[in-house]
Design a protein around this ligand. Sequence first.
Ligand code: ADP
Length: 169
Amino acid sequence: MTRITLAQGDITRQSVDAIVNAANSSLLGGGGVDGAIHRRGGPAILADCRRLRASHYGKGLPTGQAVATTAGDLDARWVIHTVGPVHSQSLDRSELLASCYRESLRRADELGARTVAFPAISTGIYGWPMDDGARIAVETVRDADTAVEEVRFVLFDEQAYEAFARQLP
Ligand code: ADP
C-alpha cells in the first residue's frame, strides 16, 4: 500500500528519492515549479534534459508521459519530468492528467524510488481548477499499481493544501 502524505511549501526543499517536475514538452525549462527545480537543482538537470532532446525525445516529451534525469543539487536522486495537459473548457483532458501521475510512478518503479514528491500538476500556468486537479491526483495515485511507499503531494499554498486534504479520509 502506498502512503499518501501532504506537505505545504516549496517542492525543491523536499528530501525524497524522486521529485516530480511539472515540465513543458521542450524539457528545457519554464516558469512555476519547473523554473524553481532548475534554479535550485543547478545545470546538471538541464544538461540531462538536453541529452534527452538530442536522443529519444527529439520532438520533446509528449503530454502525459514522464522521463527521469539526475536531481543535480536537490536533496533527491532523480527528477521525474512529466508534461501536464493545458486545461480546456471544451475537451476533457482528465485522462492525460491522470497519465502524468501514473507514468511518473512507473518511472519511479523503474528507478527503484520509494519516496516521491509531486506538485499539483497543471494547476498553475496550465490552468487546471485546483479541486479537480487534486481529485484526479489522489484518485490516480490511490489506484496505481506501484512499489512506491510514500507519495507526498507538496502544495505551494494553503488553498492547494486544503484542496488535497479534502480528498483524503
Ligand atoms: P503547470 O504548467 O503544470 O500548471 P506550474 O508550475 O505553473 O505548472 O504550477 C503547478 C503547481 O505548482 C501550481 O499549483 C503552483 O502553485 C505550484 N508551484 C509553483 N512553484 C512551486 C514550488 N516551488 N513548489 C511546489 N509547488 C509549486
